[in-house]
Design a protein. Sequence first.
Length: 299
Amino acid sequence: MTEVESPTLLRRQLGRFLREAREGCGLTIAIAAKEVQLSFNGLQRLETGRAVKPRRQDVRELCMLYEVTAEQTEQAVGLASRAATARDEDGITPLGGLFSDAFNMYVGMERSARRLTSYAVQVPGLLQTADYARALIGAFLHDGPHEDIEQRVRLRLNRQVAVTRKTRPVDLHVLLDESAVYRVVGGPKVMAAQHRYLADVSTRPNVTLRIHPYSAGYTRGILHGSFVLLDFGTDSRGRPIEPPVVYLDGGMSSDLYLERPELVQRYTEMADAIRETALDEKTTRDLLRRAARSFDGDR
């Protein structure tokens, strides 16, 4: 499979890395820019992915200032080089699927997002129990070594820190198709535990979970798949830290990243329309707890 390298996604990945490294050192943009002889606006453009052709030397000097590892420095410089030479496409970028290195692009975005709005036909990774994740990953890698499956389970669970961390946890809004309540993953015991966990985690102040019932029919008359809207919030001046992105899980084929504002707006409107016909939060929790008791009885 040939992967398209989107210059905007590459620049955003680079900018996210530099911003997190700077913040980890406790430096302001003004101080960091002065140290490497960049303008305030120049470093800000780098960090927000708006520097059209990021200079490798600037990136290398920033990495030295932030004292990142040699390996991370070379990766960042490589991103800058690729971003400077990649061709602009049409705002729709296919990248390798869930179990490819390209999925790191999504993981980085997910970690940095302030708000995630997800429509899912199975329990999303950020809310999966270990056994549910193990059953899904094990089914996909049905002939894979046990160690590989366990490593991927650990990586998935590590991503959940974004939801449970004490400092600025992600604002997570999940619209879950009712089919996920009944489609058995890993057996009745796994399903019962998963549903109880969903009911409990949905009481967190930063988590909203609502089931989209069968009775709601097709939203706007179409059969749509899972999608995630990633919003990165605004800075102290009210400007977007990064433009929002729509992520479409490609399953067995390429994932898609939608960056064009009009496409992002369409999915925002779709999420709003799904929400209008979804069960409320209390009714959702009641349904999940009934389903958990039902799966307990199937053992």
